[in-house]
Design a binder for this molecule. Structure first.
Ligand code: COA
Length: 188
């Protein structure tokens, strides 16, 4: 039997599929869908529109930011999903991978509109994003950075099996998804 040393690497290369895609990927569970943000969504998400840590104050600024986000996606540097409630198709928040894709890694970021917090939307959105990152993008590492004074974000990350790996400058902390662990959530 002949063995080829190249085969596993070739397989890994083919499997890894990073943005941009022929069709923007939507992923869903029974209640939510992670989907592309449309022009008609922008009015609802001005207050959670950010680019380079600057928050949009107006619809026009949010449109400009979305255009830059779309360019980043086209250049393969990020993927940014709107999280829509399947019943209403309204955007409740956003999440995505914003850095690291050039190295086959992904920095996860997320934000919910205030009125949709405390309802588990983000827990399930990040489960979908993580599943997509591991199984479709073949990311080797998924991490997230937040303020050490952001207990909601820390609780969310720890619930999803992220562990703290570093204290950073500016009172920030870095969390990383534990490698090779299966994600399961308890009922409570
Ligand atoms: C971080 C953030 C997304 C977390 O939002 P969240 O609403 O706590 O997260 P989820 O949507 O997963 O909801 C989980 C919460 O809903 C609660 N919940 C779910 N169903 C509920 C119900 N029926 N009744 C009451 N509470 C309920 C859960 O107990 C949990 O609350 P807990 O953390 O106090 O236990 C949100 O605070 C946010 O957008 N912050 C600003 C941006 C930010 O900090 N991003 C993080 C960058 S890494």
């Amino acid at each position: 039997m002949r063995h080829s040393r190249e085969k596993p690497n070739e397989t890994a290369t083919i499997k890894m599929k990073l943005p941009p895609y022929d069709k923007f990927p939507s992923v869903s569970d029974s209640n939510i869908v992670l989907r592309q943000i449309e022009l008609s969504d922008i009015n609802d998400i001005v207050e959670i529109s950010y680019y380079e840590s600057i928050q949009a104050k107006t619809w026009t600024q949010a449109i400009e930011m979305q255009a830059k986000i779309n360019v980043d996606y086209s250049n393969g540097n990020s993927i940014h999903w709107g999280i829509a409630d399947k019943l209403t198709n309204k955007i409740v928040g956003t999440c995505g991978y914003y850095r690291g894709l050039d190295k086959g890694e992904g920095e996860l970021g997320c934000v919910l509109l205030p009125q949709y917090r405390g309802q588990n939307y983000m827990t399930f959105a990040l489960l979908l994003a993580i599943e997509f990152g591991l199984n479709n993008m073949a990311l080797k590492r998924i991490w997230a950075i937040t303020s050490k004074h952001n207990p909601k974000a820390i609780k969310l990350l720890e619930k999803l099996n992220f562990i703290k790996i570093a204290d950073l400058d500016n009172k920030e902390v870095e969390y990383e998804l534990k490698p090779f662990c299966s994600i399961s959530l308890g009922s409570g």
